[in-house]
Design a protein around this ligand. Structure first.
Ligand code: PGA
Length: 258
């Protein structure tokens, strides 16, 4: 299910928050309510697994979608203690799954593991949000090779018709949980580079179409500039996505961009 609309996509990555199901339900209810009045923006929330059924609700809400923070590498149900399969997420109404977040790569996800998770999510017809990002930047531009390698290692083996569903979230690791986001001009330059890597892998049309999000210290204040100057298709938001007033403000500000 590729993200084919030209609406902006705002993804809230709740990480291991909030602490209780009561708080999770409250947050989801507020964001659903805010999503209904959006015209140019789609919202995805990615709560911890245990909260997903509580946040989904019985009826579909306009512009509001459910996401997950991880899916197992295993494609079939079976003897995989502690794992939650992409098939089970889909069964809960999940449409988007974050894959390869730097916090998971830090806990041991290699490129091969990221590729397996990606394949499992795609196999269930859901949209993977593939996170890539460099640890640091250097004058010589070696960080661009890091990004290229991450893309190639995770999707290089996929057929174009499958790979076209992938959303890329560019999250420079040094900008995650930081005081400030990356400069919007640099976001623009890097998103162009990412599109070029996809064009080289799958052809110019795919390079133009691939959805690229930016993530790393996004707030309601910097979101409009990152979208309009950085020219990305949306945002992957961490801390601000569990701050109800801030996230709602962010959604409104992005929606106003049209
Ligand atoms: P942050 O996190 O917005 O709190 O920097 C972003 C992320 O890790 O996805």
């Amino acid at each position: 299910m590729p993200h084919t609309t030209n609406k902006k996509l705002i993804v809230g990555n709740w990480k291991m928050n909030p602490s209780t199901s009561v708080e999770a339900k409250k947050l989801a209810r507020k964001f659903k309510h805010a999503a209904v009045s959006l015209n140019h923006t789609e919202v995805v929330i990615c709560p911890p697994l245990t909260f997903i059924p509580l946040c989904t609700g019985r009826t579909k809400t306009a512009h509001f979608h459910m996401g997950a923070q991880v899916a197992s590498t295993q494609e079939e149900s079976g003897p995989h203690t502690g794992e939650v399969g992409a098939n089970m997420l889909r069964d809960l109404g999940v449409e988007y799954v974050i894959v390869g977040h730097s916090e998971q790569r830090k806990r041991g996800d290699t490129d091969a593991i990221v590729a397996a998770r990606l394949k499992a999510v795609l196999g269930q017809g859901m949209t993977p949000i593939l996170c890539i990002g460099e640890h640091s930047r250097d004058e010589s531009g070696a960080y661009l090779d890091v990004l290229k390698e991450q893309i190639k290692a995770s999707c290089g083996d996929l057929l174009k018709k499958v790979a076209k569903s992938i959303i890329v979230a560019y999250e420079p690791i040094w900008a995650i949980g930081a005081a400030e986001a990356m400069k919007s001009e640099d976001v623009y330059e890097t998103s162009l580079f990412i599109k070029k890597v996809f064009a080289d892998l799958y052809g110019a049309d795919m390079g133009l179409k691939v959805t690229v999000l930016y993530g790393g210290s996004v707030t309601y204040r910097n979101a409009p500039d990152i979208i309009s100057i950085g020219k990305v298709d949306g945002l992957l938001v961490g801390r601000e996505s569990i701050n109800a007033p801030g996230f709602i403000e962010l959604l409104k500000a992005v929606d106003l961009l049209g």
